[in-house]
Design a protein around this ligand. Structure first.
Ligand SMILES: Cc1cc2nc3c(=O)[nH]c(=O)nc-3n(C[C@H](O)[C@H](O)[C@H](O)COP(=O)(O)O)c2cc1C
Length: 363
């Protein structure tokens, strides 16, 4: 198992869906950072289930508790431990199908890898619920990044085959609090809501794409060759359950372009070197080039669906169909938006500390 991420801003995730709690330990957080519990809570509330976006009916209070590392609303330099208690637990459905793995979920691989000792209730360690810890850590990382002017924003750009049009940055900032699907294009968002509702009514689910961007990033973040900016971000994004693809800038489309189309010409603007376009997604040679860092993350359709699917009973070794009646998101994308944002912030914070941009004591 590997549950820690980062070298200087080191985040350790713990907890299971139907265990006592889910949370995070942050080691290496600079002392002297002002943190109020309300700020962390606000971020965690963004990933809560919302019925209008076809989310799970497991409506948790998700009240953040700060266990250590913060005194008088200020970080002390000691490890931070933040958690939320699991309260709305109903494991009955999982007991019934304990030996019948859900197609598309981690039930089969976890059972095989951990010899059947894994906590299978609600997906255990493989539940989307563990991402609440990511968001708590992300809220701290965002505050640290704010000190050096970096802003991280994520938004939904696609659900199923519905794609959002280009929208101004201010609207994208607002989307997280105003749109039920985290999409800034209002017309597309309405269609997305209907599409998710349709998938749910058919006992099915649907996926989508989240775009994450970091603005005002200094030149020089990223540690070639194994902790490049792209490599570190991709690793963090792939720690989000259901993420199946990551691309930067023009990404997979760049394979279809000529060099003359894909290269971003350099220009001098206000005595600064910038690029005219941003097909590189703000990264050259694994190092930030000063342009916005742009990543897109593909989220697969939710594995747990009411539609009957073919599976097996791992105990009897017989075929066994499964229809998942538990409490599940028909589309994970809206709830994953703040999670993607958090993983980008955690990664950039670690790399900014490694680049010497964030001091060990905030004064
Ligand atoms: C916020 C969030 C919520 C999720 N909710 C569900 C869910 O309700 N049902 C489900 O089957 N999967 C859900 N997932 C995804 C599964 O945890 C994931 O598909 C599973 O662990 C297998 O991992 P993989 O898809 O990365 O291979 C969720 C993921 C996230 C990020």
């Amino acid at each position: 198992m590997s549950n820690s991420l980062g070298k200087l801003f080191m985040v350790t995730s713990f907890g299971e869906s139907h265990g006592k709690c889910v949370g995070v330990v942050i080691d290496g957080c600079p002392a002297g950072l002002t943190v109020s519990i309300d700020e962390v809570q606000k971020e965690v509330d963004r990933r809560k289930a919302s019925s209008s976006a076809g989310s799970t009916s497991r409506l948790e209070e998700d009240k953040v508790e700060i266990i250590s590392g913060i005194f008088n609303d200020t970080t002390t330099g000691a490890p931070l431990c933040l958690l939320i208690w699991n309260r709305n637990i109903d494991s009955a459905e999982y007991e019934k199908t304990r030996f019948v793995p859900r197609p598309g979920h981690a039930d089969y691989t976890a059972f095989m890898k951990y010899g059947g000792f894994n906590d299978y209730r609600g997906g255990g360690r493989f539940s989307g619920r563990i991402t609440a810890g990511y968001v708590m850590a992300g809220s701290i990382a965002k505050k640290l990044l704010g000190l050096i002017g970096i802003e991280v924003i994520a938004h939904t750009v696609q659900i199923g085959d519905i794609k959002a049009g280009k929208v101004a940055i201010d609207k994208i900032r607002d989307a997280s609090s105003h749109s039920p699907v985290g999409c800034a294009d209002v017309t597309a968002a309405e269609e997305m809501v209907s599409l998710i509702a349709k998938a749910r009514s058919e006992g099915d689910s649907i996926g989508g794409v989240i775009e994450a961007m970091a603005l005002n990033v200094q030149v020089g973040l990223g540690e070639p060759v194994f902790d490049t900016l792209e490599g570190a971000l991709a690793k963090a994004f792939f720690a989000i359950p259901a993420v199946k693809g990551v691309e930067f800038g023009s990404g997979f489309l760049s394979a279809e372009k000529k060099g003359s189309e894909n290269n971003d010409p350099f220009i001098v603007d206000n005595n600064m070197i910038i690029t005219k376009s941003n097909n590189a997604g703000g990264v050259l040679g694994g190092i930030s080039n000063g342009m916005p860092v742009i990543a897109r993350v593909a989220v697969k359709p939710t594995a747990s669906i009411a539609k009957s699917q073919q599976s097996v009973n791992m105990k009897t070794m017989q075929n066994a169909d499964i229809s998942v009646r538990g409490r599940h998101d028909a589309c994970i994308v809206p709830r994953a938006v703040p999670v993607v944002e958090s993983m980008m912030a955690i990664t950039l914070c670690d790399l900014a500390m490694r680049a010497g941009l964030i001091p060990g004591v905030i004064k």
